[in-house]
Ligand binder design. Structure first.
Ligand SMILES: Nc1ncnc2c1ncn2[C@@H]1O[C@H](COP(=O)(O)OP(=O)(O)OP(=O)(O)O)[C@@H](O)[C@H]1O
Ligand SMILES: [Mg+2]
Length: 532
């Protein structure tokens, strides 16, 4: 489609269809084929309005008609009957699809059932008032633009309405021109949101979710979980080795949630001294402890209405864990040295690179807190388990590096790519990122070659940390007999000493297993514990 301005300065007759087509695609946000259809219809309907000298009037007509064609659903919530029907008639006459409700409770019911794009609501109503209705709507996953009708001069309620997330407010008696403009703005915003959603879906199809890259099956499963959990307020525990992208996942959850416009605050429990952690998380009042010269707001309050990521949750002192649990349960917080409690509305995400069950078993992480935080678990795979993603990750990270360091690196050589595929990446995506950053800085051409990698990179493949309890670790120098002994003992341990099952797994007869065990003698039991 030719990019023509709607007030078109191009040759009139020739561009008439184009103007219509452009306007249709702009307002309707329809796929190309459907837009063309709609444009054709509009073109025929509005042709009589067209005069070479009055192109903008024609454009305005088209625009109005297009807005009407979108048939955005508007719900009017007003307890006063005359006002309600009057408003509904007016808004319907502008081409919107309308429905009415006589108070907040009915309004909320209609929002859930009818899914309107816009809600125009009175403030003062019986049962559930306009602000309460707004709060309920704001907590829902679907995007609804709420326009509040306020009494003249009631600045207070207008301000609190905007803070609660109202799209706009309008004073009574309603000025129709202003109301119409606000409705058009709200519709346009919906159009932009639809457009963003469409491009998000397109990216998603090629394996991109926010800043996360991962077309592989393993990462697609992670993306699916993120998309499923993001719209809710459920706590999510994100686990995975260091550098696998836990923080990035937390940010993505936040950005896909209804809280996306509110703050995302991350705090690393391992990086803060034990004495300061409570004040960092919950804040303190002036004089709460020596050195507390003034009041300080903690992370919880900073993240109000948004999301808080508690990173390395296993490193949080046990006493702080008890306090955290209380805040999560009561949704109220008391600053250190504070006398009163403040209500908080924060979604809490947690991350750890340890196995949380181990931290619970060793008493490092409170059992009850673990269950409270682990409502939903997202486990990130180590990079060595989704190497199919390497080419896309490399391309995306190189694009970042080019921008950051003003480089024009297009890719990596075949040899480097091969080395990347065989390397175990113990530091996961972060290590890949650092490797590429270094290489991009020293690379003077378009391709990263072996010589651009850090000396010795990939030559000694570091042993990947074996986390599974059911594994036998064998160093170079282990004899075959010794390996066999360790494997047999480990298998027995895994089967809770069920010899028949162990023999089955090992592919040997029960008799052979007995013989082997006899050979190892009593010493076997103590060795079994070592073999991990
Ligand atoms: N799937 C991914 N796509 C793109 N970039 C990624 C991905 N995973 C991780 N990264 C990048 O790798 C780096 C490390 O990610 P992040 O800080 O989220 O890891 P982490 O799991 O929180 O690590 P740690 O346990 O050490 O805190 C960041 O620069 C991040 O942008
Ligand atoms: Mg992290």
């Amino acid at each position: 489609m030719v990019p023509i301005q709607i007030d078109g300065r191009l040759a009139p007759r020739k561009c008439l269809r184009n103007v219509t087509l452009l306007a249709a695609s702009w307002v309707l946000q329809l796929p190309q084929a459907k837009t063309a259809q709609a444009a054709e219809l509009l073109f025929r309907t509005y042709k009589p309005y067209y005069q070479p000298t009055g192109r903008s009037r024609f454009a305005i007509k088209i625009r109005e008609a297009l807005f009407a064609m979108t048939q955005e659903k508007v719900l009017i919530v007003e307890d006063e009957e005359n006002e309600r029907t009057g408003l509904a008639e007016l808004i319907r006459a502008w081409g919107y699809d309308t429905e009415t409700a006589c108070d907040g409770v009915e309004g909320l019911e209609a929002v859930e059932r009818w899914n309107p794009a816009i809600v125009v609501t009175d403030l003062r109503m019986p049962r559930l008032d306009g602000l309460q209705l707004l709060e309920h709507i704001a907590a829902q996953p679907q995007q609804v633009a709420v326009i509040l009708l306020t009494a003249q001069g009631s600045i207070d309620s207008a301000v609190s309405a905007m803070k609660t997330g109202a799209f706009d407010f309008i004073e009574k008696p309603v000025n129709p021109t202003r109301l119409r403009t606000i409705l058009q703005n709200a519709s346009r915003l919906r159009g932009t949101e639809r457009e963003l959603e469409a491009s998000r879906r397109k990216l998603r199809d090629i394996g991109v979710l926010g800043s996360l890259i991962g077309p592989s099956k393993r990462m697609q499963e992670v993306f699916r979980l993120i998309e499923m959990v993001a719209p809710s307020t459920a706590s999510v525990l994100i686990t995975g080795e260091s550098g696998t992208g836990k923080e990035l996942v937390a940010r993505t959850i936040h950005s896909l949630s209804p809280r996306k416009a509110k703050p995302f605050v991350a705090i690393n429990c391992a990086a803060i001294p034990e004495t300061l952690i409570e004040s960092e998380i919950f804040g303190h009042e002036k004089g709460a402890f020596t050195g507390a010269f003034e009041r300080r707001i903690g992370c919880f309050e900073l993240a109000e209405n948004g999301t808080l990521l508690l990173d390395e949750i296993g490193e949080m002192p046990i006493a702080t864990q008890a306090k955290l649990l209380r805040v999560l349960e009561d949704r109220k917080l008391r600053r250190l040295g504070g006398k009163s409690e403040t209500a908080v509305d924060v979604r809490v995400l947690t991350a750890t690179n340890k196995v949380p069950e181990d931290a619970v078993a060793s008493g490092q992480l409170r059992n009850d807190l673990f269950y409270r935080l682990n409502v939903f678990n997202i486990q990130l795979p180590p990079l060595r388990e989704h190497k199919e993603d390497l080419p896309d990750l490399v391309q995306s990270l190189l694009a970042d590096m080019n921008e950051k360091h003003n480089r024009k690196v297009a890719g990596v050589s075949e040899q480097v790519s091969g080395l990347f595929q065989s390397y175990a990446w113990p530091g996961n995506v972060r290590e890949l990122r650092n490797t590429l950053e270094r290489a991009a800085i020293v690379c003077d051409g378009a391709m990263i070659e072996m010589k651009h990698l850090a000396p010795g990179f990939g030559q000694v493949v570091p042993r990947a940390p074996v986390q599974e309890a059911n594994a036998v670790r064998l160093g170079v120098g282990t004899t075959v007999a010794e390996a066999e002994r360790l494997l047999i003992l480990k298998t027995l341990e895994a089967t809770n000493n069920n010899k028949t099952r162990a023999a089955e797994i090992l592919g040997i007869s029960l008799k052979t297993l007995h013989n082997k065990l006899k050979e190892y003698g009593a010493q076997g039991a103590s060795d079994a514990a070592e073999a991990s």
